[in-house]
Design a protein around this ligand. Structure first.
Ligand code: ATP
Ligand code: MG
Length: 440
């Protein structure tokens, strides 16, 4: 994109309403704008990040054998009356009435709807197990929406649902999703720790929250260094193999990890001192097993091997895709702005033309822009060099290619790596090769 004709409204001033770094930076870097309390419009650069995250989530879900669907945002109240949650959900649910006086709601989550879809079509134990997910906007009328997209009212979530014929099989689905989550976070370049969470009346140990480490996170977390050493890639764990999932789950649960609310000083004392890690964290995902809660309440049963009725065992698996944008920034920024991980960055590189209108710099920039295409943001504004440097640092592109008149005359450009601040002078082709584009 050419910055001169883009809706990427960067701000020099720090917006007064934003209390945390990610909220300030998302506004300042022109990623989002608030349209109502807790509701945001995603501008081009922000939308690219959101889509990049959603795509990584999608790829890892698909690789785990989950199938993508798309359920609507608007749901009939009748489904929630069946499960009993229509009354229970309270004021967080946005309730709507249509012209025919039918009660609808803007979905805060989709257990009822997915159970209904399976109930309509899946009749035999032979069709299970299955996992289905979607990436869809949710609405929860939070009492205090705050911290920008971190706690919005409208937000994008990946929510998945597993259906299994018995508990043993449900456990495998659960572990499979947990591994898919760890892979997702690894690819996004953040450290995530699974923490045992409350299971409520269901009991058992199959409920985990995923906490991303970030110095400004809301909760204090304590964990064993073992989590830092795990390689979650396919080379280490085959996600299709129950034995591998077993080994993986062992690593995740045998090592100490807890948030401050659940911190157990006795157990912590047993972790070798040099392996104790502490930090702040942000919850970005939550998975839990809830047995036949919905399948029984909504009368979804399949025929078992002996013709008996079986209510499938279910689990649900959420990732806050829009919250993740804020969480990545909390985990990776400095005084000057955002430092995007390569996998989520809106643009791989920014092209900074330090002398717009100069025939030589313009020609080099156009050449580069032609080769990098949509993966680059070309700062072609008639602005001072200082403004372009500051905005590029603020926006956090992994690479900056800086084209000034002196270097340009010698056929050289300067390449800056945002994360380290390292700069070097290179030929055009060498710069392109360095950022992973083969020159023609
Ligand atoms: P919280 O305790 O933060 O309210 P939750 O328990 O209500 O979260 P879940 O229902 O488990 O959240 O939703 C799954 C994920 O969706 C969360 O882990 C979080 O990343 C995201 N999420 C939940 N509520 C919001 C929100 N208001 N704004 C942005 N993301 C959210
Ligand atoms: Mg909540």
């Amino acid at each position: 994109m050419r910055l001169s004709h883009s809706l990427i409204p960067t701000l020099k001033e720090v917006p007064a309403e934003a209390q945390i770094a990610s909220h300030r930076l998302m506004l300042r870097a022109g990623l989002v704008r608030q349209t109502a309390a807790g509701i945001y419009a995603w501008l081009p650069a922000g939308l690219r990040v959101l889509n990049n995250i959603a795509n990584i989530v999608r790829e890892e879900q698909n690789a785990a054998g989950a199938q993508e669907v798309l359920m609507p945002t608007i749901q009939p109240a009748s489904l929630w009356q069946e499960s009993g949650r229509y009354e229970d959900y309270g004021k967080e649910m946005l309730r709507i009435r249509d012209r025919h006086e039918r009660d609808l709601l803007y979905g805060p989550t989709n257990e009822e709807m997915i159970t209904d879809l399976y109930r309509q079509s899946v009749k035999s134990y032979k069709e299970l197990p299955q996992i289905a997910y979607h990436i869809q906007w949710k609405f929860r009328d939070e009492v205090r929406p705050r911290f920008g997209v971190m706690r919005g009212r409208e937000f994008l979530m990946k929510d998945g649902y597993s259906f299994d014929i018995d508990y043993a099989s449900a456990v495998i689905s659960y572990r499979r999703m947990m591994l898919a989550y760890m892979r997702t976070f690894q690819r996004l370049g953040v450290k995530a720790i699974p923490m045992v969470a409350d299971t409520g009346p269901i009991g058992g140990d199959l409920s985990h929250e995923f906490i991303i480490l970030a110095p400004t996170g809301e909760s204090q977390v304590f964990f064993d260094a073992a989590f830092e050493d795990v390689d979650y890639s396919a080379a280490n764990f085959d996600i299709r193999e129950p034995a591998d999932l077993d080994r993986f789950f062992g690593v995740m649960t045998d090592n100490y990890a807890a948030t401050d609310e659940k911190h157990d000083l006795d157990a912590w004392g047993k972790v070798a001192e040099d392996r104790r890690r502490e930090g702040r964290g942000i919850e970005v995902g939550h998975i839990f097993y809830f047995g036949t809660k919905y399948s029984a309440a909504m009368n979804f049963a399949v025929a078992g091997p002996d013709g008996q009725k079986i209510h499938p065992e279910m689990g649900s698996y959420g990732i806050g895709v829009s919250r993740m944008v804020g969480a990545l920034i909390e985990a990776s920024h400095d005084e000057a702005g955002i430092i995007w991980p390569d996998s989520a960055a809106p643009f791989k590189a920014a092209i900074l033309n330090l002398k717009q209108g100069d025939a030589t710099t313009d020609a080099i920039c156009e050449d580069l822009y032609g080769k990098l295409g949509q993966s680059a943001l070309y700062d072609d504004r008639a602005e001072r060099a200082g403004v372009k440097f500051a905005d590029a640092d603020l926006m956090g592109h992994p690479w900056q290619i800086i084209i000034g008149p002196r270097g340009a005359a010698a056929g050289l450009v300067e390449l800056k790596r945002r994360a380290t601040g390292e700069r070097e002078e290179l030929s055009l082709d060498a710069a392109l090769a360095r950022i992973g584009v083969t020159a023609s």
